[in-house]
Design a protein around this ligand. Sequence first.
Ligand SMILES: Nc1ncnc2c1ncn2[C@@H]1O[C@H](COP(=O)(O)OP(=O)(O)O)[C@@H](O)[C@H]1O
Ligand SMILES: CC(=O)OP(=O)(O)O
Ligand SMILES: [Mg+2]
Length: 414
Amino acid sequence: MGKYILAVNAGSSSVKVTFYTCDNPPRAIADAQVSGITAPPPTFKYQHGETKVKEELKDKLNTPQDAFKYIVERCFKDSELSEVASERDVAYICHRIVHGGEYHEAVEINDDTLHHLEKLEDLAPLHNFSALEIVRFCKKELPSVKSITCFDSAFHQTLPDYVKTYPINQQIAKANGLRKYGFHGISYSFIVRSVAQFLGKPQEQTNIIAMHIGSGASMCAIKEGKSVDTTMGLTPLSGLPGATRSGDIDPSLVFHYTSEAGKLSPASTKEMHISTAEEILNKQSGWKALTGTTDFAQIAVDKFPSEAHKLAFDIVIDRMLGYIGNYYLKLGGKVDALVFAGGIGEKSALLRRTLVEKSQCLGFAIDAKANEDGPRDDEVVKDISQSSSQGPRVVVCQTNEQFEMAYTTIQSRS
Ligand SMILES: Nc1ncnc2c1ncn2[C@@H]1O[C@H](COP(=O)(O)OP(=O)(O)O)[C@@H](O)[C@H]1O
Ligand SMILES: CC(=O)OP(=O)(O)O
Ligand SMILES: [Mg+2]
């Protein structure tokens, strides 16, 4: 059997993979990604030891499957990465699947589990399709490697009924699986373990308000190590705005926005059906709709380039602030730490400073320099609280979804 784990994080426009050893904890040996699948030319980035490559690709990669195939071929052929030269060197491929329905934990792919996940695809085509295409590819083309699927929703199986139930007809809700699931759970598992370790507390006694803020953004109230509320819902659309997602809106809005709301979007394919309303709210909204850019680094700057940029920033802060207050109350004020994670949470000192200043009344306070400096590359958790603060800690956590998948796989197999 192979000695390495391949962790795959597939999005609609990028595929990121990391190769790990099967040690406990796993050790990363190489990283590769293809981005820009939907905006050609695609870019290939690769890192192994001292070797770093970034190239624009001439090859046409139309789908996440094409991108994954390309990455695997490049890595297998690379003579400097001799550890993984063929399928025989790989023991497990871990796939990040956003929507895992009722699954509580990662599962190994076989005909049954794949069939079950394919049924779920209808509930979350926009989020599960790319990853499942890669699962299907691995099953066919790399049959000797075990595929493990890790679910973003699994961490939130602990949500109380009154949090996960929508007040609609319960027969219809149950028949169609209409409830709050919550996402970014692979990241939240990594965050709660890392932060508990950093605070020197057992995970089962750790209470945090965690924020995974990237192009998809969510927050989670974690009580005694478990998710008790989170901002995303049936799909990753609800809660906070994202790069192209609206976040919470009045659901009636879609019918006033377009009379085509219920029709199939032109972006649908033979295999993947999405409605016009879903397409608009998931792909044509968020800060991109307000400012023209998906890049939050161009919005979160001290001097806003335009009123629209300021408005986008203020909206994100306002929605996040609302959930900090909400979750502080739900945790009964017993909060060990406010945790910033995700591309934006980890990199934007301005976002952190603005939010913490506005949450001062709850006892949060940051050290200006520690916040500006942010974490070092090798620092998983950094405390940015004011040293004299008696209130809860404020920390940055450099989350790592690929690591978490490899780690979970090792834990469950050893
Ligand atoms: N210095 C920065 N300030 C603000 N935002 C940043 C900064 N650096 C990166 N980002 C933003 O992080 C986001 C990507 O975060 P990430 O968690 O990698 O997203 P995802 O996994 O959802 O694609 C992008 O919107 C990017 O612009
Ligand atoms: C669940 C989700 O929104 O994922 P991402 O942030 O990768 O888009
Ligand atoms: Mg992400």
